[in-house]
Design a protein around this ligand. Sequence first.
Ligand SMILES: C[S@@+](CC[C@H](N)C(=O)[O-])C[C@H]1O[C@@H](n2cnc3c(N)ncnc32)[C@H](O)[C@@H]1O
Length: 221
Amino acid sequence: MDRTCEPELMNDPVQAQAYAQADFSSANRLFLELFERYFPDHEPRQVLDLGCGPGEIPLLFAKRYPACHITGIDGAEAMLAFARRNLERQPELKGRISFRKLRIPAKRPSRRYNTILSNSLLHHLPDPKRLWHEIQRFGQPGAAVLVMDLERPASRRAARALVERYAAEEPEILRRDFYNSLCAAFRLSEVQAQLTAAGLTGFQVEKVSDRHLAVYGRLLK
Ligand SMILES: C[S@@+](CC[C@H](N)C(=O)[O-])C[C@H]1O[C@@H](n2cnc3c(N)ncnc32)[C@H](O)[C@@H]1O
């Protein structure tokens, strides 16, 4: 099936609440495991999470890598409100994580990072070039980059089957968003072409679950 874009920012408070309350622990765990597998010797110091949403991944990442500082950015205030609330519940991480409202493309990066993360942002962007371009602008030379996202299924029927398998008990708004996200996501070959066009030739993309793909690599310059 062809790609159908969905709204870029998750600004609707009801939608943000449904997302923030859902259980994404298995996908978040997968994200952390992939980072450890792809970058076993890397020491995350200054970390940027693009499209951080309610901030679950920054919170987990900060606990796993106690020497790092993380900036989570998102263009939707409704999501950031949940991220800040989640951080308040873990006061031991205060001072090591900050959440900022920023919509990419950003004007000019105020600093550069040695680690760039992003989960489930790519499929929200009408033009995927934006993400690859921002990663190059925000990353230090040698920065470790991990992007995970949904992969678009072959058909609407396959997308509906994934919604039934993973979100059968979820509220309708979350089921709708999941279905729309699957339809807005990219195929592995499309992401490969995006990386080549962006000059990210050393980056790899692979299928990492029945609904996710991951892109990883190090920036050269
Ligand atoms: C599906 S959520 C993923 C949230 C989080 N990364 C996670 O793993 O749960 C996608 C997030 O990207 C944000 N987003 C979409 N387009 C964006 C843009 N251009 N700049 C910044 N954030 C954006 C949305 O507001 C939303 O919070």
